[in-house]
Write a protein that binds this ligand. Structure first.
Ligand code: NAD
Ligand code: ZN
Length: 367
């Protein structure tokens, strides 16, 4: 359960949930009507199972399919989807169901938040990243020309149904990308989750059903706890802001590759985690042994860990420029999530840009 001030919901994780999705969803539908939003890849693989399940449960629904990929998180696509739903006719109780990865979840959630000033919303995440991260917590939104996720709303789902069996069809790179967010959770505040990853990460990335199920369960427990304590990312230190561990670096890497699939978000995060801990070590805040432990884990699983894992080298100057834009620069200082060690993240408001520059150069990035 996620227990929030005005709104509570359940996150269900496990194998074969899609089969009974209709029966699980029906009690949450005010008027027994739903609109499924999905992308064409997920539709071709898994939509029949979902639709069949809703039909068996006697739910009335329509389905809207968007192209796969980040480009669907656009104002244009948002407009198309809203106009399509309005043209078909929608009542206040009609529920929007997101069936796909984080792209579909973010778009569908923002549609649900906006249409008729807000209709009920259900998440059925189908990527590992969406199951362990984006489907829980109520952040929804789309991209603007000026940057990613700049248009959006907090809109909590009424139910999250994470069927780990649908991950069977996920390409290995997408599995790695989602797994990086699980390692992140362990690093932030759950040393036992990190230790679990060291034991079972290999099985997770092989797609072992039991390991995947357990990884999703543990990561969702972690994320629901964080979201409950700080629903709107308002805590001064700690709270949801810590979920950005590794992300200041990751966003700078991603921006350079234009979200065109050459570098996935989770791949950038994997490198970002190494960088955040390396920066903490460089600043004398974390033990070198913990960095060696993280790197050993990432190397063992062939996860991205440094500049050699990027499609091509990037310049320190460009990366610093992105970070300055990402986090407001104050007198050469930036805010970073850093670590006192594995499981001990904190927000540091006065990291000197000079220290970041020195780290990037030491890590082999071009001047
Ligand atoms: P995605 O939604 O683009 O999915 C990745 C690819 O996998 C797509 O091509 C999709 O069609 C395909 N796919 C999905 N499920 C599949 C399945 N079961 N089998 C085979 N292929 C499948 O990407 P993502 O990594 O899931 O999500 C990334 C997005 O999530 C980004 O836009 C990011 O900003 C957002 N995000 C949001 C939050 C949040 O809190 N709202 C958190 C993290 C990330
Ligand atoms: Zn992330």
């Amino acid at each position: 359960p996620v227990t929030l001030a005005g709104h509570s919901y359940e996150v269900l994780t496990g194998p074969q949930l899609l089969h009974d999705a209709g029966l699980r969803i029906r009690p949450h539908l005010p008027n027994n009507r739903a609109v499924i939003l999905t992308d064409s890849t997920v539709a071709s693989l898994h939509l029949a199972a979902l639709e069949e399940s809703l039909t068996r449960a006697g739910i009335h629904f329509a389905t809207i399919t968007v192209p796969p990929g980040e480009s669907s998180k656009s104002l244009k696509r948002f407009e198309d989807v809203i106009e399509t739903i309005l043209a078909q006719g929608i009542e206040r109780g009609t529920t929007i169901i997101a069936f796909g990865g984080g792209v579909v979840g973010d778009l569908a959630g923002f549609v649900a938040a906006s249409i008729l000033r807000g209709v009920p919303f259900i998440q059925i995440p189908t990527t590992l990243l969406a199951q362990v991260d984006s489907s829980v917590g109520g952040k929804t939104g789309i991209n603007a020309k000026a940057g990613k996720n700049l248009i959006g709303a907090f809109w909590q789902p009424n139910l999250v149904l994470a069927d780990t069996t649908v991950l069977d069809t996920l390409p290995p790179r997408q599995l790695v990308a989602g797994y990086a967010e699980i390692v992140k959770s362990g690093l932030i505040a759950d040393e036992r989750l990190f230790a679990w990853c060291e034991q079972h990460g290999h099985a997770v990335l092989k797609g072992d059903p039991a390991a995947l199920g357990e990884a999703v369960r543990r990561a969702c427990l972690f994320k629901t706890g964080v979201v409950q304590d700080d629903e709107r990312e308002s805590a001064h230190s700690g709270g949801r802001a810590l979920l950005n561990l590794g992300h200041t670096f990751a966003h700078a890497f991603e921006a350079e590759f234009h979200y065109d699939g050459r570098l996935l978000h989770g791949e950038a995060v994997s490198i970002g985690l190494h960088m955040a801990l390396a920066l903490s070590v460089k600043m004398g805040l974390a033990p070198q042994d913990d960095l060696a432990r993280l790197d050993a884990h990432l190397h063992k699983l062939n996860m991205p860990v440094g500049k050699a894992d990027l499609p091509h080298n990037l310049s320190t100057a460009t990366l610093l420029a992105h970070m300055g834009r990402d986090k407001k620069l104050r007198e050469g200082k930036v805010t970073f999530v850093l670590l006192h060690g594995i499981g001990k993240a904190f927000t540091c408001r006065d990291v000197a840009l000079e220290d970041v520059r020195a780290l990037l150069l030491a890590e082999g990035f071009a001047p």
